[in-house]
Design a protein around this ligand. Sequence first.
Ligand SMILES: Cc1cc2nc3c(=O)[nH]c(=O)nc-3n(C[C@H](O)[C@H](O)[C@H](O)COP(=O)(O)OP(=O)(O)OC[C@H]3O[C@@H](n4cnc5c(N)ncnc54)[C@H](O)[C@@H]3O)c2cc1C
Length: 291
Amino acid sequence: MGGAVRCRDHYDVVVVGAGAAGVAAAAAVGAGSASLSVALIESTHRLGGAVTAAMHRSLCGLYSDKPRGPLDTLNAGMQRNVVSRMVERSPQAVAPRQMGKTWVLQFPGGVYEAALEDVLDRPGIDRLMGCQVREVGRTDGRISNVRVEGATNCQLEIRVVIDCTGGGAILRMCGEPVALASPPADRMLGGYSVRVGEIEGDLELLPVQVPYVLTRAVSDGKLPTEARFTMFQPGPDPGTGVFKLAVHPEHSQKDAELFATAVMDHLNTTFPLLPTHARLRLHPAPWLATD
Ligand SMILES: Cc1cc2nc3c(=O)[nH]c(=O)nc-3n(C[C@H](O)[C@H](O)[C@H](O)COP(=O)(O)OP(=O)(O)OC[C@H]3O[C@@H](n4cnc5c(N)ncnc54)[C@H](O)[C@@H]3O)c2cc1C
């Protein structure tokens, strides 16, 4: 067994994917029986899946109505456990907020990921970060091993695998048909992030100015409708920030890049404070479907 990540040859339970579902599954199995060996395998180096990767700052689906406080969640158990650790980490800034007709939990950057770290902080769960499950092997119709590549390259013998990949990746590897929850026509917009450096001027104004300018461009027929969902967030270093663009679910990687370029070109002409387009680096969010 090679690589920087240490792991066993055999696990009772392997959870694939360290988003909300995977962290909850690994922690629940670990809490349920200390004698079980558990591995959590994640292809990136961070916990939180799409929520972390796409820099979400609010969690949906926790409240059915106006909550009495952040812990007034629909479900107890893991859901309330994560929220309570978020509140412990940042009591002032983690708070329910109304968005349209729904209530979401607003939180500052880093808090969700840190809360998931706390939830997983128990013995008996090996974390294989930066490792991707590439193949599954079956014996007598059941999955008996998985091949892992990345920070470590190995073959793990397993008793149970839990697919928390967000898109049924393990089921697909088994050749099983995987149906998406909604038909293609009903799918939500996907995301695309453009990180920018060397911005001059007042970055605090851009979160307000960007949607305004782009909504006008859409009304004038200069950009497609989804351009008006673009958001700007100032980055951690001076002069840096991220533009979060919403792209049509049927967009290919190429279409998304063309769309991002059109939006950034429009912003460049409108705001002389942005750097020249040549300095832009495009980073597609990892969960963006590409063909
Ligand atoms: C455009 C968009 C916007 C959204 N906005 C919000 C929002 O603002 N607030 C909110 O609460 N929710 C939002 N959601 C929903 C939220 O992202 C999901 O509900 C949540 O991420 C689902 O968690 P998950 O653990 O099931 O999957 P994911 O978060 O997708 O995690 C799956 C993990 O599995 C890993 N993985 C996949 N394949 C493998 C493999 N073969 N080997 C190892 N690891 C693998 C991935 O790297 C990933 O970390 C949004 C979703 C979308 C698409």
